[in-house]
Design a protein around this ligand. Structure first.
Ligand code: DAH
Length: 337
């Protein structure tokens, strides 16, 4: 029996030298325990007086082997860690994959700036749908089916009475139908027209403004636009109103700014006139107020609509509207905020 234990011990100790992984070492430990148990089961066949001495030998062997296993475990674990570090080594001198951070598009920058300026004057934002009915886009805006002013805006029709809105003015009607005066809203959004050249795109952005209250006059419009021009451009930018025509305003005006390039002296951009046309506006036509259930004898209002691309092009000196939609990052990068 004693020899058997000794033999097992030698065998396991030798095998331990070759157990190079934690797993192998664990399996060896299990084998040792099983085989030791097997030897111990023969204890019952020994004469009674020999049993304590044999038990002592077994215990000593067990303890000694446990210590050996523990020592070997430390060695193996250390080796395994070293191997893991070596295989997962990272070459920190290699160039990384850099990802560029995005930035707001110039149209968004200008839109946000306009909203910020007008909300400082008490305006709130209303966003209407891009697919509109003929009624909201034209008829309610005093532009019935056979009205010649419809030709001013080449329209994409989706169905007989359904179209892609050609102007954010449609939002005026939606607001006035829902809300009683006083009204002071700004309506930004995309609009669509079958139009395509260096200064026109079939999709572009507009910013509509509408104020309806008692005693609103053209002077209020002029004052607010002057403030807008000074804030978006420079403190010396001037505003000029010129008579014009829109079916939904009476009187209607075209709004010019003193040239953003030459300051009014006359240059190529303003074609020598010193003025640049930027938006349409006017006093809300009484028929439009009536269409929305607002009494034109009690209330009056003004409205304006501007192209956001137009403002962005003037502000940043862009001469082709297409560059705003090509999404060439070399162009867009210049506006990083
Ligand atoms: N909707 C007009 C356009 O797209 C712009 C406009 C003119 C809007 C006069 C208005 C306005 O609100 O009063 O050409």
């Amino acid at each position: 029996m004693k020899e058997k234990i000794e033999a097992l011990r030698l065998q396991i100790e030798e095998a331990m030298q070759n157990a190079s992984t934690g797993r192998a070492l664990y399996e060896l430990k299990m084998r040792f325990q099983t085989e030791l148990k097997g030897i111990m089961s023969g204890m019952k066949d020994l004469p009674k007086e020999e049993r304590p001495a044999f038990g002592k030998i077994v215990n000593e062997c067990k303890q000694a082997m446990e210590e050996k296993f523990a020592e070997q475990e430390v060695v193996v674990r250390q080796k395994e860690m070293e191997q893991k570090y070596a295989s997962e080594r990272i070459d920190i001198s290699m160039p990384g994959k850099s990802r560029k951070q995005g930035a707001l598009h110039p149209i968004t920058l200008v839109k946000n700036e306009l909203i910020s300026i007008f909300s400082g004057m008490g305006f709130t934002v209303f966003e209407g749908p891009e697919i509109e009915t003929d009624y909201y886009n034209f008829t309610a805006l005093n532009t019935p089916k056979d009205h010649p002013a419809r030709d001013m805006q080449d329209t994409f029709y989706l169905a007989e009475n359904l179209l892609l809105r050609t102007q954010t003015s449609a939002g005026q009607i939606r607001v006035m139908e829902k809300q009683k005066p006083p009204i002071k809203i700004l309506s930004p959004g995309r609009v669509f027209r079958s139009d395509d050249d260096a200064t026109h795109s079939p999709m572009f952005h507009q910013m509509e403004g509408l104020v309806v209250d008692k005693g609103i006059t053209l002077c209020d419009l002029q004052g607010m636009l002057a403030e807008f021009a000074r804030k978006v451009f420079t403190s010396s930018t001037k505003v000029r109103l010129r008579p014009s025509y829109f079916p939904f305003t009476e009187p209607s005006v075209e709004v010019d700014l003193s040239c953003t390039e030459c300051g009014g002296k006359g240059c190529r951009l303003c074609k020598g006139t010193g003025w640049i046309e930027v938006l349409g506006a006017g006093m809300v036509n009484r028929h439009v107020l009536e269409n929305c259930g607002v009494d034109p004898d009690e209330y009056s209002g003004f409205a304006f609509g501007m192209g956001i691309e137009r403002i962005a092009m003037l502000k940043y000196g862009i001469n082709n509207i297409k560059t705003l939609f090509e999404n060439d990052t070399r162009f867009l990068e210049q506006f990083e905020n």
